[in-house]
Write a protein that binds this ligand. Sequence first.
Ligand code: SF4
Length: 365
Amino acid sequence: MDSFAAKIIRWQEKHGRHHLPWQHTRDPYAIWLSEIMLQQTQVNTVIPYYQRFLQSFPDIRRLALASLDDVLARWSGLGYYSRGRNLHRAARLIVSNYQGKFPESAEIIRKLPGIGRSTGAAIAVFAYGERCAILDGNVKRVLARCFGLEGYPGDKRNETLFWRKAEELLPTSQAAATKGSNEDINGLVETYTQALMDLGATVCTRSKPKCSLCPLQQDCVAFRHDRIDKLPSPRPRKLLPMKETILMMLMNEGRVFLEKRPLEGLWGGLWCLPEMAVGGNTMEHCRGRLGLELDSPVQVPMEPFDHTFTHFRLRIYPQLLRVSLLSSTPVRDPGTGIWTTPEDALQAAIPAPVRKLLTTMRVSS
Ligand code: SF4
């Protein structure tokens, strides 16, 4: 009987994806970039960003030499900016610790900033043909359904079991020898890994999986027991703590004021609307924190909204203030605070809620 690996490899060769821009290269830098961009973003969205990013920063050294601002500007619109920050940090580490040469084993790759075990393994498989297992969200879903693995896969104990399963399923040298093709074990692991990714992304999707097209249908526990919508088990419901903040949209002659966030902490290194604690005094905050002397600002009411992070929710009270500046206002260092048009602001590296506010304002003005 065919093994799990043999089934999905055969399926991949016929029905998998073969023409993505990051396939057919052994360049670990290009593969690394694609894996990071794909972590929280769909393939079709990633492709143009990937191509533009590679044009701007074609290799590790050029990325390491670039300023973080330039890197985040090329990341603008992709979201989850910590990925861009970590990419930049890792490039500098590779240049300083590995003479600019990308490390060649999954064990070392996974320790670089923003990579981790599954992404490190994917890079090692595609760049060096190393035999190691991946376990991203798509793979967890396929394994949970196919083998009826219960329990939330993000939980440490369950995750260990998922990893064990993922490793068990890797093709063996024996499988390579009996496959009767020219592929050696390295090539087989590469096709297998791509197969898992493709199956999770195109067939065993989160909702409405296309089981009739799936090479695993006959053995799939979830399919046989009608548990597809129950697996993988969802994250146990936990009420996230709620925090509150004010985001100030200061508008002066068609320009909005943006502040550069410190590198550490929430939205690190991004351009942001100035933040003020709920209950704070606008005039005092502008004078004391922002160095802006305002002349009788006009406040326009706006609806609060919530933004969810992994560990908390943030209730944002937007404050749209049409302001004139007193001539005594000192000029800000353009590296930390700028007046810019909403259109230009939307091109910069800004957090999602700021993008939302600026877009709403542009539509309504
Ligand atoms: S049969 Fe359906 S649920 Fe099972 S692995 Fe295939 S696509 Fe997923």
